[in-house]
Design a protein around this ligand. Sequence first.
Ligand code: C2G
Length: 130
Amino acid sequence: MKNILTFGTFDIFHYGHLRILERASKYGSNLIVGVSSDKLNFNKKKRNTIYTQEERMHIISSLNFVDNIFLEEALEFKRDYILKYKADYLIMGCDWTGKFDEFKDICEVIYLPRTPDISTTELINKIKKL
Ligand code: C2G
């Protein structure tokens, strides 16, 4: 039984989000998702999410290949979360390549290719133009 851990904001949940979670889930039997809090996201991206952290967590927890979720309060807690959830794998999209290599001493770190041509920012811009 392998534990897989991944993180993300998952705002305006879309096909790219679905695909990374689905692909990550295939690495083991227990997929745990750290959903970035509203505060963490604002500090990181300097804009508020469209959906609240409660709504984003509700969506993620409804996916049948997601086994457990928690609120990711700060980027700096990543090592603690990996240890707490006994992660065998930390899996992120390739936009994070190299950024989490420091955790290779406690789990396997894998960066998966992003789904092309879709992102929350692109969706917001497309909708603005309608
Ligand atoms: N993703 C993807 N393909 C896309 C868009 C996103 O594979 N077209 C992946 C990202 O690479 C990431 C995950 O979906 O692994 C979530 O993406 P975001 O919601 O943008 O979250 P992010 O800002 O990367 O937050 O602690 C880490 C951060 O909080 C991760």
